[in-house]
Write a protein that binds this ligand. Structure first.
Ligand code: CDP
Length: 247
């Protein structure tokens, strides 16, 4: 039997939308759930990061909305399965150049929310994101997947955690990558990004009315994955016998 890509009842594409603030666990949970069901994992934040990194590399001031928007409209961004086994979740190519790790720099962290608040930048990314979503069998993570990008998704999750818990997670991640960081700076940068992401006019960060919110403080990764998988099985009518479990 060919695995289906759409929900038979409503003919909605099989999409699991995961939104939430920085370091709420979207990427870890999203990737694990995608692997479990054999879905594509698509991190939409990588696209906003790619535009930001390209602007910084080209010395385009991020405050220059017109120039940044033009860049977003013309930039060739490819997000592919990992091309190098170095712990990456995917590879990002900008104009054919591998920028995957550059996208995680503190400079990109500090400027990405300004770039992603520009309506023209969002419009350019939306077209590409919907194309991928409509193909189905995808776990999409971001800030506005359930509200704007794929409002027809049969399952929407809003992952949350306190700012301190999220800053601890991001801090640990950066220390593991041998980056020289300070917890207070990580917390401040994250709070700043949250404020811009939630306060912007176009597609602000918020849970869709029909999203299931999971407050993840004190929950293990496995517990969150199980909770999402359980919802996915029932909402998307997925066959438990076809699931892949980590060995
Ligand atoms: O990994 P983390 O949650 O820290 O960030 P990310 O998901 O890579 O997103 C980086 C930034 O891109 C966010 O702070 C938002 O400003 C923006 N973003 C967005 O506006 N809409 C999305 N669907 C995804 C990300």
């Amino acid at each position: 039997m060919i695995p289906k890509s759409h929900n038979d009842e409503h003919n909605a594409p099989l999409v699991i939308a995961i939104d939430g603030p920085a370091a709420s666990g979207k990427s870890t949970i999203g990737e694990a759930v995608a692997r479990r069901f054999g879905f594509l994992y698509f991190d939409t934040g990588a696209m906003y990061r790619a535009v930001t990194q390209a602007a910084l590399a080209r010395h385009i001031p991020v405050e220059d909305e017109a120039q940044v928007t033009r860049l977003a409209e013309t930039l060739h961004i490819d997000v592919t399965p990992p091309t190098v086994a170095d712990g990456r979740q995917y590879t990002v190519l900008v104009e054919g150049e591998d920028v995957t790790w550059e996208l995680r720099s503190p400079a990109v962290d500090d400027h990405v929310s300004v770039v992603s608040a520009y309506p023209g930048v969002r419009a350019a990314m939306l077209i590409q994101q919907r194309r991928i979503g409509l193909a189905g069998r995808v776990v999409m993570v971001g800030r506005d997947i359930g509200t704007v990008v794929m409002p027809e998704a049969p399952l929407k999750i809003y992952l949350d955690a306190s700012p301190e818990e999220r800053a601890r997670r991001r801090y640990r991640e950066l220390v593991q990558k041998q980056q020289d960081v300070d917890y207070d700076a990580v917390l401040a940068s994250m709070k700043m990004r949250d404020a811009i992401d939630s306060g912007r006019e176009t597609a602000p960060l918020r849970a869709a009315a029909d999203a299931v919110t999971i407050q993840t403080d004190g929950m293990s990764i496995e517990q969150v994955v199980e909770a999402v998988a359980e919802l996915a099985r029932s909402r998307l009518h997925l066959d438990p016998d076809r699931e892949r479990h980590p060995s």
